[in-house]
Design a protein around this ligand. Structure first.
Ligand code: UTP
Length: 456
């Protein structure tokens, strides 16, 4: 074959790492594509990829040395203490010491929405997208704190442009554009089940966003971390893009985290159903850890304490606070890759496009909670599930737009009832209150119900 453009070093590497299929594929590609592919190959760390694959079978914790972790329960604090935490959090927000990061680089493959997940409208009467719900809640809080809270939005090369376009077309939902910082996360090549680099149907390496655990290094590489330092930010509030009830930059949580001042704080909810597919917070070898639901040994999963509560009941909902010095210290720390088998469109060795029905590829991802064991200690705060957790993961059923919508309606109805709206005045149907009017149920009693509701 004509490999005149293929430098000897790259060719030797491909042969050494048993990637000869790429030499065959190159024969089928145009010069332009071939050059692009070769450029991509120059940046591949084959040694790293092979090491990750070799460790694949060890990735399941063999026999975890798990014990319960200490936690605080918000409801156990007295009213005075709760107020003091909330006030402390508001003070830090006002002083500009808090930034927010939303990790929005995922592919949202289970939801199957055509576009970035944050642009998804879960079907509320207002038609607001997940990004808009977050943005308006942040705007409300910024107004109350008297300071615009810097918002860092992590995208992927796949969805960056569409995310930006969406924000621009929506005028940043009223948020000051200079306080929105968009940056792209890292990617990793996908491999087939034999460890061969997978090609996209276009004939380039199939690069996939490599997990939310890439956010520290991506913050550093993109200049977002330097921006935070310049602004005097000391804590970063971290959340997913797909929680319709996210209490973004929750002042109470911030106040509690600042009081304990451990490098990381995490908000958890009570896991009551043994089979719920959420990870749990615990100690593993005496270090703070998250065990994913499929990593928790059966006997531990079912274990109850003397009150009949699950012993491992602290559900991880991806709401964290990181001290900036911890992020700086660990921006270059190599946390492990997890391997998931996924279905991906690709090109075969003869240059034909394939769209398999079954998983055909290994996707390599880092998870944010793998930073937890690196902190000497963590603050773990248990909040109330129905106040702040409405995940949108699947098309239908559990954790779907429908289940999230119901949770929003239920909470907003409760807000109105708590605000003293008489039952006969509550509408029989769906109740949605704009985040611009109320962040967490406050300030609702003075208005007429009609005024408060979002319209169809
Ligand atoms: P999930 O693990 O739920 O993945 O991400 P996902 O991409 O949204 O959905 P599936 O698994 O493909 O169906 C949890 C959070 O982490 C972000 C997601 O955008 C979501 O907010 N994430 C995930 C990233 O930012 N980057 C990634 O590479 C992966």
């Amino acid at each position: 074959m004509d490999n005149c453009n293929l430098d000897c070093e790259t060719k030797a590497k491909l042969l050494h790492y048993k990637q000869e299929h790429l030499l065959c594929i190159m024969e089928t590609l145009s010069i332009n594509k071939k050059n692009k592919l070769m450029e991509q190959l120059k940046h591949i760390d084959f040694e790293q990829l092979m090491t990750i694959l070799q460790q694949k079978d060890q990735q399941k914790i063999q026999s975890p040395n798990v014990t319960p972790i200490h936690y605080e329960e918000w409801d156990d604090y007295g009213e005075k203490e709760q107020d003091a935490f909330t006030q402390k959090g508001m003070e830090l927000l006002h002083n500009g010491e808090i930034g927010v990061i939303v990790v929005a680089g995922g592919q949202g493959s289970r939801l199957g929405h055509d576009g970035p997940k944050g642009t998804f409208d879960i079907g509320l009467p207002s038609g607001k997208s997940l990004f808009q719900l977050q943005g308006e809640r942040l705007l409300n809080l910024s107004t109350r704190a008297g300071k615009s809270i810097p918002w860092y939005i992590m995208t992927s090369p796949e969805n960056h442009k569409d995310t930006l376009t969406f924000f621009q077309a929506s005028h940043y939902f009223g948020y000051p554009p200079e306080d929105c910082f968009f940056f792209q996360q890292n990617t990793m090549p996908a491999l087939d089940h034999e460890g061969k680099l997978l090609l996209s149907p276009e004939g380039l390496l199939q690069l996939a966003p490599s997990g939310n655990g890439e956010c520290f290094s991506s913050l550093k590489r993109s200049g977002a971390l330097a921006d935070m330092k310049k602004r005097g930010i000391n804590w970063l509030f971290y959340c997913n893009v797909d929680n319709a009830l996210i209490q973004i930059a929750d002042p109470a949580f911030i106040g509690a985290a600042a009081e304990y001042n451990h490098p990381i704080a995490t908000k958890v909810i009570e896991k009551t159903n043994v089979d719920e597919k959420i990870g749990i917070l615990c100690l593993n070898d005496n270090r703070s850890s998250v065990l994913e639901y499929n990593e928790i040994p059966e006997d531990l999963r079912n274990e109850k304490d003397e009150n009949g509560r699950l012993r491992y009941h602290l559900g991880n909902i991806s709401i964290h606070l990181f001290r900036i010095d911890f992020i700086e210290e660990h921006a270059d720390t190599e946390i492990p890759f997890h391997i998931a088998s996924k279905r991906m469109d690709c090109m075969d060795a003869e240059g034909r496009s394939l769209s398999p029905d079954e998983p055909n590829a290994y996707k390599l991802e880092r998870f944010i909670f793998d930073f937890f064991p690196l902190a000497e200690q963590m603050t773990v705060l248990m909040g109330l599930r129905n106040n702040e957790f409405a995940p949108v993961k699947n098309k239908e059923g559990e954790d779907s737009p429908e289940s999230a919508r119901k949770l929003v309606f239920k909470l907003h109805r409760e807000w109105l009832m708590a605000a003293g709206v008489p039952l006969e005045k509550l509408p029989a149907g769906d109740i949605e209150i704009s985040p611009l009017l109320s962040y967490g149920g406050e300030g609702l009693n003075s208005r007429s119900v009609k005024e408060l509701l979002e319209k169809d």
